[in-house]
Design a protein around this ligand. Structure first.
Ligand SMILES: Nc1ncnc2c1ncn2[C@@H]1O[C@H](COP(=O)(O)OP(=O)(O)O)[C@@H](O)[C@H]1O
Ligand SMILES: [Mg+2]
Length: 294
């Protein structure tokens, strides 16, 4: 929720190590779904602090609660217990400070790319001129300025995902949550998108939380990789990716990548027998990370 004018803001939450207020602060967060009168625990008490303007990757087995966790952070699902704060203020419902890109782009099929990106601005009551300026900027940012009139069916999967990212950025969120945004893309397109995402991140100055099944992708993109347990999701490991930025294809210190990737894999294997299902799809366990990463 955005602050109401004239109402005092809540005191900012606890500061991070360098004294700044965390972009995301989770304290004892629990969530469960009710199915047939029974409660299924999905998030089992999570504490997490994410520094402003960082990129954090969440990895964990299928069905452990990653998508659910992003919805809780975005205020689309209410935490059953604990605190969710963004920039030091509680999230109590759908929140303009948080942009969410779902696993599938979920665009409105009858609307053009332009009108899809404009949608949140319309809902927020921005006037036409402000909307046009903002949408034009956003489509430029994601490389789709020439496709503004195209409908989703006329766009490739990757282009649709870019429209969804532009739409999520429309209200200038402090936090951008990306739920396996590239999983439907072929691996070459995906590598290019990873590089583009880093460029985008440098320009928007937002905090990014990314769910991915690719260990290599997590290491290439993130400052930190958070490994989650099988459902109910709990923190298994929180690893710092010690690679300099800007990260460029071929720029990576392969030893550091290999070390971090091996650590993540070990934690996933410790957490579940199903660990190989997590890494499956794009990075075989024997692959050299520097071959798997753009
Ligand atoms: N709307 C829902 N109602 C009931 N159970 C759900 C719902 N959405 C997800 N779940 C269950 O919650 C668990 C976590 O799902 P999800 O967050 O999608 O996992 P992940 O994204 O890590 O694969 C799964 O067991 C899933 O079946
Ligand atoms: Mg999911």
């Amino acid at each position: 929720m955005t602050a109401e004018p004239g109402r005092a803001l809540r005191e900012p939450g606890p500061a991070t190590g360098d004294g700044s207020v965390p972009a995301i602060f989770l304290d004892g967060v629990r969530f469960g779904f009710h199915v047939d009168g029974r409660q299924t625990e999905v998030i089992g008490g999570l504490d997490l602090e994410i520094a402003p303007r960082s990129i954090v990757a969440f990895v964990g087995p299928n069905g452990c609660g990653k998508s659910t966790l992003l919805r809780v952070i975005a205020g689309l699902l209410p935490a059953r217990a604990g605190t969710v704060e963004v920039e030091g203020r509680p999230v109590t419902g759908p929140d303009a400070r948080v942009g969410l890109v779902f696993q599938e782009p979920r665009l409105l099929p009858w609307r053009s790319a332009f009108a899809n990106v404009a949608f949140p601005l319309e809902v927020a009551g921005r006037d036409r001129e402000a909307r046009e300026r903002r949408v034009t900027d956003l489509l430029g940012l994601v490389g789709l300025r020439d496709w503004s009139r195209a409908r989703p069916a006329e766009l490739s999967g990757g282009m649709r995902q870019r429209v969804a990212i532009a739409r999520a950025l429309a209200l200038e969120p402090a936090v951008l949550l990306l739920d396996e945004p590239f999983s439907a893309l072929d691996s070459l397109t995906r590598e290019r998108f990873n590089v583009e995402l880093l460029r985008l991140w440098e320009r928007i100055g937002a905090t990014i939380v990314l769910v991915t099944h690719s260990i290599a992708e997590a290491v290439f993109l993130a400052d930190r990789v958070v490994v989650l347990s099988p459902r109910p999701a709990q923190l298994v490991a929180d690893l710092v990716v010690d690679l300099p930025r800007p990260r460029r294809p071929g720029d990576l210190d392969a030893a550091a990548v290999t070390r971090t990737a091996a650590e993540i894999r070990a934690h996933l294997e410790g957490a579940t027998d199903d660990a190989f299902a997590v890494a499956a799809g794009d990075v075989p366990a024997h692959a050299q990370p520097d071959q798997a990463i753009p």
